[in-house]
Design a protein around this ligand. Sequence first.
Ligand SMILES: *Cc1c(COP(=O)(O)O)cnc(C)c1O
Length: 440
Amino acid sequence: MTASAAPALAPLGPADTGFWTDSLAAADPEVYAAVRHELARQQDRIELIASENIASRAVLEAAGSVFTNKYAEGYPGKRYYGGCDYADVIETLAIERARQLFGCAFANVQPNSGSQMNQAVFLALLQPGDTFMGLDLNSGGHLTHGSPVNMSGKWFNPVSYGVRREDERIDMDEVLAIAKANRPKLIIAGGTAYSRVWDWEGFRRVADEVGAVLMVDLSHIAGLVAGGAHPSPFPHAHVVTTTTHKSLRGPRSGLILWDDEGLTKPINMAVFPGLQGGPLMHIVAAKAVAFREALRPEFKLYAHAVVENARALAASIEEHGLRVVSGGTDNHSMLVDLTARSVTGKDAEKALDRAWLTTNKNGIPFDTRSPFVTSGIRLGTPAGTTRGFGVAEFRAIGRLIAQVVDGVATAGAGGEGAVEESVRAEVAGLCARFPVYPGM
Ligand SMILES: *Cc1c(COP(=O)(O)O)cnc(C)c1O
């Protein structure tokens, strides 16, 4: 069995296809088959990619709704097209729910993606060439926080802060020193692979000291903040951006939040007409549904379970002899350092894929290998927690990961076939006990 082999499937047919594929099956068998295989992949493998989740059927239904047909350039009550009555209803619901969920005064629910929400803030608040500060990519920052291959790094002047060598945590004294030396106009807190609590208040003090705007990119941990499992960036941040598809468990999209009315015009103008045309109204509808779900009391339990599960996974991985960066996690994610096993992130990702454990290779702080190889893998618990895994299951997953990595350490990049096969069998058992989209 190779990494690319699809899981065994029943013959394709319209009988058990769920709510949207009946007509797709007839109209386009090739796309339909890929959708079926993707559904089976999500059902039969364990998703450990920290940025992924499993949206509810209600979110999928809204995302697959007739709102995809509607042009609604502008904002509720101020559109450039007729027939926007119901578009106004869903966008207003999405805005109201987002404000309630995060406890802030204003929201723009139109950004099509996480990258576009960040571009919109840059367009609203910076001029090309302006200096801004963000977390270094090797320490867990995002491409849009100043990577040289991203627009943020090409058209602006990024300065980065990192983590301390000793404990792999952000050093607020260093953040202040770098800010004072470079006088950025904007400071970004937040990232994609930082597993410790963010000191929002400390970042605001630094921003105030140098007269910078504090932007918090909450993408990875938005669901934890919404569920009360990580401190909120409000009232410290001037502007908060977040994706809606990660721990927040909504559709693939972006969201901008703020408190100061003075930012309303620049931010709204930057999203439309500055950067985007017609908003994806079907996705705005799906965001409204996801925000309603996140406002329910059960979501608090979910958010806390995500963190508890991540702690259990990190502890299990360490007990099985692998090193977790910074010695553990406070959120949904962790980086595993494979250096001591002489295994690369690339080889580990492939071996884990063969065992139906889906992860991604990821640079670790001070990594000496290229981003295409890396010395680590990143793991996250949001998707597994959604399907119902608890501490016992995540402890087992930690053991399975260590077994597969040890197989690569002893047998080379090809891994230990027998180990990978037995892990795959255990993964299949776990997946069968905790089904994803039962009945779809
Ligand atoms: C995922 C992520 C983004 C970008 O989101 P896309 O929807 O993939 O463009 C931006 N910032 C952070 C911190 C992220 O984790």
